[in-house]
Design a protein around this ligand. Structure first.
Ligand SMILES: Nc1ncnc2c1ncn2[C@@H]1O[C@H](COP(=O)(O)OP(=O)(O)OP(=O)(O)O)[C@@H](O)[C@H]1O
Ligand SMILES: [Mg+2]
Length: 492
């Protein structure tokens, strides 16, 4: 229905600055997603060098993110600091990592009470402005103040162009009253920043790898972290597939090597990622080469230990932002429902290959060396029921048998120990979760003659030790596995 706005009464309802700006703080950034959002802007501004500096001063600590991008003149800086300065519906160039016209403000306010930006566009003098939440709380006005900490006033004097974002009063990172000598707090600060560093190594790894940008951590450039370990010779990759028709989205699966097949233990450790092997499995969603989501099954599957080697990259152009519901923080994406089946079936194929690598553990390596691998436990399938049996032909079992001729006690203890240690719990767990066949019921195909003769001997022993018939039978029924054979016991 078309409304006739000219003939309807109006009432202005302007947001209250002091409360609205506090709401911006609650979008849910972490320190690492907030800093990544600021770096997005530097990349969109064509920066080659981006530098993150942190100054520990207790409650007065400072974080700065500087770049040598195109910078802004006064008018552009004011526009940049204005929330919603750009319409999310506008088309953006393919290399622009922004969308909402909010990130600079929301990411900053999520961490600090004062956001200052100094910027210089080529051919202009440096300009600076700040949002100060304390001033807005007092004035209740959407007003910037022309202030930055003194030490940064001349930071761009000798630069052609660039921008520095300065966060002070970092109340969400360091409590305001923290003293500079508080070691605990200082450690916590540096620990949070270590996480940021690792997050940036991951989020921007493609830019770092192709050297289109360098991110300096203080003075030192950070190293890219590639989730797919593409330079490990044993990494397997799956053919790339387009998602949907002509959308420009595509995916490609990788199966990382088993620990034994990594080129070194250090490489295996590094591949683990920030959150650990199991947590890092899943889809890795990139938007314009920037990683949005690192290890998430997008609601299609649960994370499980035996899929920990599976990582699948998805590449999205920014024209799909609305279809995939990209959020302001650039840390979420929801696939459109029409793609779900395709994602599920592609992932299923990669997941089962990944599970194979996980299950085979050391075997492949050993077979490659030309030696036949001898597992201690064998997987057995009979009448469509699976179970595990100890491998009687295992050379160690043969050796223990020989040992039993001379040192029976020690041989039995050794045998029990090895069997205990080697119980294939992981594989049993996977079989339970995945195998269409059923697990064989315990003792369902046990040789009853063996049980009978064992029971008879033990029953005689108990009687010889003075137990009555009733006592001896009750006693035998309390011992596993004889509790499954009450009938045989009653017949004794
Ligand atoms: N480092 C920078 N160098 C040059 N211009 C910048 C820089 N940071 C921000 N800007 C300008 O400020 C604008 C607003 O940035 P902001 O991060 O708030 O929104 P956005 O990047 O447009 O979208 P999004 O909310 O998705 O991040 C940008 O569009 C850009 O024009
Ligand atoms: Mg932005």
């Amino acid at each position: 229905m078309e409304l006739d706005y000219d003939n309807i009464r109006k009432q202005s309802a302007i947001p209250k600055a002091s409360s609205m700006i506090e709401t911006f703080r609650a979008i849910g950034y972490s320190l690492e997603t907030a800093i990544a959002d600021i770096i997005d802007n530097s990349i969109s501004a064509g920066a080659k060098n981006i530098r993150l500096n942190r100054f520990w001063r207790g409650g007065k600590s400072i974080i700065t993110i500087g770049d040598d991008g195109c910078g802004m003149n006064n008018e552009e800086l004011v526009q940049a600091l204005c929330p919603g300065g750009q319409n999310p519906l506008d088309d953006r160039s393919a290399t622009d990592l922004g969308r909402f016209g909010l990130g600079l403000k929301t990411a900053s306010f999520s961490q600090c009470r004062k956001l200052s930006v100094i910027s210089r566009k080529e051919g202009y003098s440096p300009v600076y402005w700040s949002w100060d939440l304390d001033y807005i709380a007092q004035s209740d006005k959407w007003e910037l103040i022309q202030w930055i900490p003194d030490e940064f006033k001349h930071a761009l004097d000798d630069k052609k162009s660039g921008t520095i974002v300065i966060w002070t009063d970092l109340d969400r990172v360091v409590p305001p009253e923290t003293s500079e000598t508080n070691q605990n707090a200082q450690e916590k600060f540096s620990h949070s920043l270590d996480r940021v560093k690792r997050h940036l190594e991951m989020t921007f790894h493609r830019f770092l790898e192709n050297k289109s940008i360098t991110i300096f951590w203080g003075e030192h450039p950070i190293e890219p972290w590639n989730p797919f370990c593409t330079d490990e010779p044993a990494t397997q990759n799956r053919p790339e597939e387009s998602i949907g028709l002509g959308s420009g989205a595509k995916m490609k699966g990788y199966i990382l090597p088993h620990r034994n097949q990594f080129s070194s233990e250090a490489a295996y450790k590094r591949a683990e990622g920030i959150n650990g092997w199991s947590a890092q499995q899943g889809f890795y969603v990139y938007r314009g080469n920037r990683l949005l989501l690192a290890g998430d099954w997008l609601g299609l599957f649960r994370k499980e230990e035996h899929y920990k080697l599976v990582r699948i990259q998805i590449d999205l152009p920014n024209t799909l932002d609305f279809d995939w519901q990209i959020d302001i923080k650039k840390s979420k994406a929801y696939p459109p429902s029409k793609c779900l089946e395709q994602l599920r079936s592609y992932a299923n194929e990669v997941r089962s290959a990944g599970c194979e690598v996980y299950r085979h553990r050391g075997r492949i390596l050993k077979q490659k060396a030309g030696v036949c691998f001898q597992p201690l436990w064998l997987e057995k399938k009979k009448d469509n029921k699976w179970s595990f049996v100890v491998n009687r032909d295992h050379d160690m079992i043969k050796h223990i048998k020989k040992m039993a001729e001379v040192k029976p006690e020690q041989a039995i203890e050794t045998l029990l120990k090895f069997i205990e240690e080697a119980i294939p719990t992981e594989t049993i767990y996977i079989d339970k979760a995945q195998n269409d066949a059923e697990q064989k019921q315990p003792y369902s195909d046990m040789d009853t003659n063996l049980v009978k003769s064992m029971l008879a001997t033990m029953y005689e022993n108990q009687l010889a030790q003075g137990m009555s018939d009733v006592q001896a039978k009750a006693y035998l029924k309390s011992i596993e596995p004889f509790n499954y054979y009450e009938d045989i016991i009653d017949e004794l």
